[in-house]
Design a protein around this ligand. Sequence first.
Ligand SMILES: [Zn+2]
Length: 235
Amino acid sequence: MCKDFAEGGEVTLPVGWPHAGIVVPQSDSSLLLYWATNVIEQSTTQTMRRFEETGAYLTGHFRLTSGLHSPEYLQCAKVLQFPAIAAEFGDLLAAALKSLAGEVNVVVAPAMGGLIIGHEVARALGVRLIFTERDADGKMVLRRGFCFEDGERAVLIEDVITTGGSSVEVIALVHQLGAKVLAAGSIIDRSGGKADLGVPRIALATLTPVTYQPESCPLCAQGLPVVKPGSRPGK
Ligand SMILES: [Zn+2]
């Protein structure tokens, strides 16, 4: 796994696109946290331009799922409504993941967020896409007759990684079912590179969003109405 990193080499990324942010688990002492800040900023800029072009980058006053308030919000579904952009992101992630993971047999993505980008990465890699869902108890499961063969080599795809909590759940599920997740990728990393999934991962844009506690939010202090964006019901 990840031979290039173990040898201190560089991962090959697609030509014509600034290098994306790559994070390897800090828990593995043979691997160093790879963090080329200037390079990540370029990739982030180019990805963010796509979000701006499609109105998927919103500014205002938002209440995030975490309960924190923020002056900005990224709506991945809105940028992914354009198949050409979804394909572009998918090609980039696929090329980077090939370098990180070597041979890949299957892409795994959690529904809903991971579906479109997971499909595009699977198409670019020429492998199938399996998606996970939550059951009535909120547990991450495989349904619809999906299964893995023993020893299958998987990559995990998400639209956004924030804390990495649900990604870690998906990885545990895949391992339980006999396959192995070798690397993970997302369009956006909202953890500023901090989320540790226990496998090497890549993001096209790495961000550290501005957030406020509701009680000390300057936008609340200005009396601006707060909006709950996104897909989950407001809290
Ligand atoms: Zn506020």
